[in-house]
Ligand binder design. Structure first.
Ligand code: NAD
Length: 499
């Protein structure tokens, strides 16, 4: 059967053919139900194209194919070095196709083209990082008695479901695919229905790289049916999820049916603390990058800025100036654009509803807060800053996931730490101080999976990423990311002990 494809010309003039099927067993196929997802360009609200949407029946098929691939000699018996080579090849192909992939991400998601290009570098780096690990994943020998030889094997977990969000479609896929494949698992990956396109172009590179059929399957589909079918599937061994805390909790329950291994990376309301001894101009610039990048659609976005009273006015003035001069909102393909549209109308409306909430609860709208369409179209919102925010307000407590920051005041270090920890989340945090002792002390006391000292959100693929409290379970990236995709088997060898 010929692959399902559509010829497209992107707004930047780039032409390419995009597969539109479900990618199962290295082929692009139609969905069993005939269901489709229509992707919308958030910049002008026009349709880009439609792709196949998986039904539970398609998920059954993809899981069966992934199970067969796990047990097939072409993958089960491949040398670890060869597994690494396949990942290197995939990284090389992604590098060659970087411009098309970044173009699709900008078109489908609305993120500025420069940022999409940066995301592609992340994809390439992550794949190469885990490619290098493939043949360095091994067990231990453990001294016991002279009559016993004991050793451990690190083995794949099995068939892994990977459920991906829309804010970094390809990067989040790479974070999960890299370690899963390095460890020898097989995968059924469900992208977010809001951004189904770039991963289909990437899927074609997976088969070109030479991965055996069924090792990676990509099933676009809606959360409530394809996602649910995958997370609850009795023949799936693990589910790795990035997205909202509410869906994460639901997946955790669903995964309990056959006690799946789980990794969850969910929401956040990450604090950024500015102490009076900080470099205020640097703090203002990093605070801007930490909340306004990627249209504020970052799980680790430092969306709650807490400033010591003695430097509060100085910081707010510097920060608002950076926002006004740096956050140029516009066409994501234009070179000078810092901020494109929100990903969907739903997200756009959600962010604007928080503007109303902030005003109603008595916070001060220092700048922004309004739609900013281009020619009457697009899900653009002015970068929004609320000051005089109090801890009881919704905009202080809830994840907005937009170019939206809440600034509050603290008196001393103890209050700063207490305010930082007064949240159900625990993903990231940032501390600005020139006092080395204080910076490290506070970093140690904040309940978060990651703390940046004198920066914000400069994550790195070599360093573990993940949250505590209701921000998640487990770690991605770095060596820690491998632990999520392998299990330890203990082998006891009797060397002569007689019963
Ligand atoms: P979501 O959590 O519902 O979706 C994330 C992924 O989960 C998507 O692939 C979706 O199809 C899938 N999914 C949804 N319901 C499912 C189910 N029952 N079973 C299995 N999979 C399911 O997030 P959303 O609705 O797109 O966004 C809502 C909010 O989530 C945002 O405003 C933001 O606060 C948060 N969010 C966080 C991240 C993050 O990186 N942590 C990413 C996206 C969204």
């Amino acid at each position: 059967m010929a692959d399902l494809k559509v010829d497209l010309t992107a707004p930047n003039g780039k032409k390419f053919a995009l597969p539109t099927g479900l990618f199962i067993g290295n082929e692009f196929v139609k969905s069993a139900s005939g269901a489709k997802i229509t992707s919308i360009n958030p910049t002008n609200e026009e349709e880009i194209c439609s792709v196949e949407a998986a039904s539970p029946e398609d998920i059954d098929k993809a899981v069966a194919v992934a199970r067969a691939a796990l047990n097939h000699e072409s993958w089960r018996d491949i040398s670890a070095t060869e597994r690494g080579r396949l990942l290197y090849k995939l990284a090389d192909l992604a590098e060659q196709e970087r411009e098309v992939l970044a173009t699709i991400e900008t078109w489908d998601n609305g993120k500025p083209f420069g940022d999409a290009t940066g995301d592609l570098q992340e994809v390439i780096d992550v794949l190469r990082y885990y490619a290098g690990y493939a043949d360095k994943i091994h067990g231990q020998t453990i001294p016991t008695t002279s009559q016993k030889f004991a050793y451990t094997l690190k083995q794949p977990i099995g068939v892994c479901a990977q459920i991906i969000p829309w804010n970094y479609p390809l990067a989040m896929a790479a974070w999960k695919l890299g370690p899963a494949l390095a460890c020898g698992n097989t995968v059924v990956l469900k992208p977010a229905e809001q951004t189904p396109l770039s991963i289909l172009y990437f899927a074609d590179l997976i088969r070109k790289a030479g991965f055996p059929p069924g090792v990676v399957n990509i099933t676009n589909g809606y959360g409530k049916d394809a996602g649910q079918a995958l997370a609850s599937h009795a023949d799936v061994d693990k589910v790795a999820f990035t997205g909202s805390t509410a869906t994460g909790k639901h997946i955790m329950k669903t995964a309990s049916s056959n006690m799946k291994n789980i990794t969850l990376e969910t929401g956040g309301k990450s604090p950024l603390l500015v102490f009076e001894d900080a470099d205020i101009d640097q703090a203002a610039k990093w605070a801007h990058a930490g909340i306004m990048s990627n249209m504020g659609q970052i799980c680790t976005a430092t969306s709650r800025v807490l400033v010591q009273a003695s430097v509060y006015d100085q910081f707010v003035e510097a920060f608002v100036a950076v926002v006004r001069t740096t956050s140029k909102v516009g066409d994501p393909f234009a070179e000078d654009t810092f901020q494109g549209p929100q990903v969907t109308k739903t997200q756009y409306q959600r962010v604007l509803s928080y503007v109303e909430s902030g005003k109603a609860e008595g916070a001060t709208l220092a700048t922004g807060g309004k739609p900013s369409p281009i020619g009457g179209k697009g899900y653009f919102i002015e970068p929004t800053v609320f000051t005089n925010v109090k801890p009881g307000m919704r905009i202080y407590r809830e994840e907005v996931f937009g170019p939206f920051v809440a600034i509050a005041v603290f008196g001393d270090e103890a209050e700063a730490v207490a305010m930082a920890n007064d949240t159900t989340y625990g993903l990231g945090a940032a501390v600005f101080s020139r006092d080395v002792e204080r910076a490290h002390r506070v970093a140690g006391r904040i309940d978060a999976g990651m703390v940046w000292i004198n920066s914000s959100n400069d994550s790195d693929f070599r360093v573990p990423f993940g949250g505590v409290k209701q921000s998640g379970i487990g770690r991605e990236l770095g060596e820690a990311g491998l632990a999520a995709y392998s299990q330890i088997k203990a082998v006891h060898v009797n060397l002569g002990q007689k019963l």
